[in-house]
Write a protein that binds this ligand. Structure first.
Ligand code: ZN
Length: 346
């Protein structure tokens, strides 16, 4: 009888956070990709762009002038998705046409006054200032909102039109869908096993090493066993921490270092400014026992084979189940083999 080989035999893997299955069919990649790897011509950006609404000193469309900031700068989104205190729809009296009220805030946060930098090109000291800004925002917004989401949408491929390094920070009065799923999954795991799901997971990944890309005293970066996107990553603390505003000074330093390593690795994969959507998930601020929650960050990049070839989540993914062509272990091998110096600094 043939022995199961994850690189030869199609199988499914279970994502314990979302409770969804992923099809892994690595036999489709019988040989390494030998096709042309296209690197788009590098666009040299100015340090300051007079037309950028995020650059220091520039005027935004609502007439506000940005201060002459150097490091980080946070402001309320001029065209927010969430509004503070709008009237709520009437409560549904049926199961088919159900809506709920939505109260929240959307902020934009710049990582640097420099228009031409990305987090990957900033040094760990600069990234530390960004982490400080995230912590301040979480401390403030958690006073009002149950869920605080820090996220970055990077690159035109992800629908981000402005290259100025920035992220968004949203506060919401209820848990969004992903947060609710992760909350339920982590709570159920804690009830069954008596320890947090992602603390157990980080420990097991650290001991195993097959999917580990970077690891230091406080943090670990892995291609999750159940990854959907080809080069999806998860960043996890090794001790139990429920949100970013609980980390120590030493943990912050090590977080900045490992984030820098991770982002350089991403840029080096296809020698391009690597697009992704990424963000931190931490405990909801809705009170009660949240000990099942473990802080973590998800990195979801769309690229598959080169700077221009992306994975499409279409067809069977939309109608059946997500499918990937390389195993999480193969993706980890590839990412681990890359140089640690940013390709633009070679
Ligand atoms: Zn999560």
């Amino acid at each position: 009888m043939t022995v199961f080989d994850p690189t030869e035999h199609p199988h499914r893997r279970f994502n314990p956070l979302t409770q969804e299955w992923v099809i892994v069919s690595a036999q489709r990649l019988k040989r390494p990709w030998l096709g042309k790897v296209e690197t788009p011509a590098r666009v040299d950006l100015p340090k300051h762009d007079p037309k950028c609404y995020l650059c220091p000193g520039n005027e935004r469309s609502n007439g506000t002038q940005n201060p002459n900031y150097e490091d980080t700068y946070v402001f309320k989104n001029d065209f927010p998705v969430l509004l503070s205190g709008p009237p709520a729809p009437a409560e549904a009296d049926n199961d088919l046409f159900v809506s709920s009220g939505l109260d929240g805030v959307c902020r934009v946060a710049c990582f640097s006054g420099r228009h031409d930098l990305t987090l990957a090109e900033m040094d760990p000291e600069g990234i530390e200032k960004v982490i400080d800004m995230w912590i301040d925002q979480i401390n403030e917004l958690s006073q009002t909102y149950k869920w605080v989401q820090v996220f970055e949408n990077k690159g035109a491929m992800m629908g981000c039109s402005n290259p100025h390094p920035h992220c968004q920070i949203w506060g919401q009065n209820n848990l969004p869908t992903q947060a609710l799923r992760e909350d339920q999954s982590q709570r159920a795991y804690m009830e069954k096993h008596g320890s947090p799901l992602l603390v157990d997971y980080a420990n097991k990944e650290s001991a195993n090493g097959d999917r580990t890309i970077f690891e230091n005293y406080d943090w670990i970066v892995v291609v999750p066993y159940w990854a959907s996107w080809p080069y999806e990553l998860m960043l996890l603390p090794k001790r139990h921490i429920s949100h970013l505003n609980e980390i120590s000074g030493a943990e912050k330093k090590n977080l900045a270092t490992i984030m820098s390593q991770l982002l350089i690795c991403y840029d080096n994969l296809f020698e391009t400014s690597f697009p992704y959507s990424a963000g931190f998930h931490g405990m909801p601020f809705s009170g009660g026992n949240q000990s099942h929650w473990q802080l973590h960050a998800h990195f979801y990049p769309p690229l598959l084979r080169s700077a221009t070839v992306k994975k499409f989540m279409v067809g069977y993914e939309m109608l059946g189940e997500i499918q990937r062509d390389l195993t999480a272990e193969q993706a980890a091998d590839k990412l681990r083999s890359l140089p640690t110096v940013h390709y633009l600094q070679k």
